[in-house]
Design a protein around this ligand. Structure first.
Ligand code: HEM
Length: 453
């Protein structure tokens, strides 16, 4: 990586709008066009993450790597965010929950980060890939059984969104009744419905889970985290569990959905969908390059004013790394693209995603199982008519409607049913109740499903 050139600051070139919005329908419909415009300002450009929330977006691959790999200059700690501290950004801005400080690996630097991250990486290393694949396949079968006889489905709401949550309940050793409360708490926070009450429910459930595992540890992430020599306190355990669940579910669902969208719409994959894992692995790699699930994040705060390629990056101003723009940087040399995993979808540097292997395995198994069970599945809409959720951080479809010839459910012996289904065994084979009129988020849908509504 070439060192930053120190030259006098200059403003945006004529015609380049100051503070381009990274929210709203135009950005969601065509983020690549926005990245192209921003590149004309240089490797960094001023943007708005939400109305009145200003930041600098890093759009070049080299600059992204420089920021991600220079913790001595760029901090991850949002308590340095000046506009939030002085009230310029209101605490109820929609981007604050994704950016505010919490004492977890994502928002800490130096030794504190190393300690919290060490507990995560060492515990993740204990996850057995074969067992994980088994969880994914059984969870996938349960969900596919719910819509297979119907001939149509929304693969986002009924599959990609729900599957990671089911897998996580296994991974974290959640008894079924805790699973219901966790989903209720998470759904309240994500849907913004009585968030305070939802937060209390989530915290009290995680405290109960931690207490349960302290007394009765098992072969699960929760137990491994608390047995780790880092000796996490109960409070640190709660924050670590929340970051793992939050970091793990949203991007995971988007990798599954974005890969299915590509496989079902791109002629290069046509006719080859049941031909083994090669097309699935290829589709995953392509999505990680072109539509990474976390498009713009890895927020850093300069520790002091920095001049980078002519732009002033002021201490305490958020610097957001566009993993999506960096990946599609036209200046990327063939050499840099060579290893086809050199993309930044998992970020880079000390905060890169510690769950790359399990996340990739979950996505591959989920996509393969779906294509295996429904080999003739096709998009229910022309690909150009699919819509994306607005918002600066995620590259997330709003829905993924598909149709397929209705098929029978898989009948499994009682003992082979997934354990989370045990309180509601009828759900494994019965079709779902008709959808009510109002749109429901995946969280709410999962909660109703879990309760048998
Ligand atoms: C397709 C799925 C996933 C993608 C694309 C993804 C991507 C990322 C990215 C880009 C970051 C860096 C964020 C930043 O620096 O601000 C990150 C961090 C992180 N991810 Fe993932 N992730 C995925 C799945 C998961 C899963 C399944 C887990 C947990 C089991 C997980 C746990 C974490 C954690 C704990 C961090 C913070 C690491 C640190 O700050 O040291 N991720 N992930």
């Amino acid at each position: 990586m070439s060192p930053p050139s120190l030259s006098p600051p200059s403003g945006p070139p004529p015609g380049c709008p100051a503070h381009e919005p990274l929210y709203g329908p135009d950005f969601a419909a065509d983020p690549a066009a926005v990245y192209r415009r921003l590149r004309t300002a240089g490797p960094t450009a001023p943007v708005e993450l939400a109305p009145g929330v200003r930041a600098t977006l890093v759009t070049s691959y080299d600059a992204a790597l420089h920021v991600l790999r220079s913790p001595e200059t760029f901090s991850k700690d949002p308590r340095r965010w000046r506009d939030l501290a002085d009230g310029t950004v209101p605490p109820d801005s929609p981007v604050v929950p994704m950016m505010m400080y919490r004492p977890n690996a994502l928002f800490t630097d130096g030794e504190q980060h190393e300690r919290l991250r060490g507990a995560i990486t060492d515990s993740l290393a204990l996850v057995d890939p074969n067992t994980l694949r088994g969880y994914v396949e059984r969870s996938a079968d349960t969900l596919i059984d719910r819509f297979a006889p119907l001939g149509t489905a929304d693969l986002l709401g009924e599959y990609a969104q729900v599957l990671p949550l089911l897998v996580f309940n296994h991974l974290f050793g959640c008894p079924a009744e805790y699973g219901v409360r966790l989903v209720e708490g998470m759904s309240g926070i994500f849907d913004g419905v009585d968030a305070e009450k939802a937060d209390e429910l989530l915290t009290s459930t995680l405290l109960d889970l931690v207490a349960l595992k302290r007394g009765n540890p098992g072969q699960d992430m929760t137990s491994w985290l608390m047995a780790h020599p880092a000796d996490l306190t109960d409070e640190e355990m709660i924050h670590t569990l929340v970051v793992l669940m939050g970091a793990g579910t949203e991007p995971q669902q988007n990798l599954i959905a974005n890969s299915l969208r590509l496989l079902l719409s791109d002629e290069r994959f046509a006719g080859d969908l049941s031909g083994g894992s090669l097309p699935v692995e290829d589709a995953l790699d392509e999505v990680l390059w072109t539509d990474p699930p976390i498009a713009n994040y890895a927020v850093h705060y300069p520790l002091h004013d920095v001049v980078y390629e002519g732009a002033v990056l002021r201490a305490g101003d958020p610097l957001v790394v566009s993993l999506a723009a960096a990946n599609t940087d036209p200046a990327l040399t063939a050499d840099q693209r060579a290893g086809n995993r050199a993309h930044l979808a998992w970020s880079a540097g000390p905060h890169n995603c510690p769950a790359q292997s399990p996340a990739r395995l979950i996505a591959t198994a989920a996509v393969e199982k779906l294509l295996d069970r429904l080999p003739d599945v096709e998009l229910g809409l022309p690909v150009g008519e699919l819509s994306w959720r607005p918002g600066p951080f995620h590259r997330a479809l709003a829905a993924l409607p598909v149709r397929f010839p209705p098929t029978a459910t898989v009948q499994r012996p009682e003992g082979e049913r997934p354990s989370y289904a045990s309180p509601l065994p009828a759900l494994v084979t019965e079709p779902p109740a008709p959808e009510p009129d109002r749109p429901r988020s995946g969280w709410t849908r999962l909660l109703s499903w879990w309760r048998g509504e």
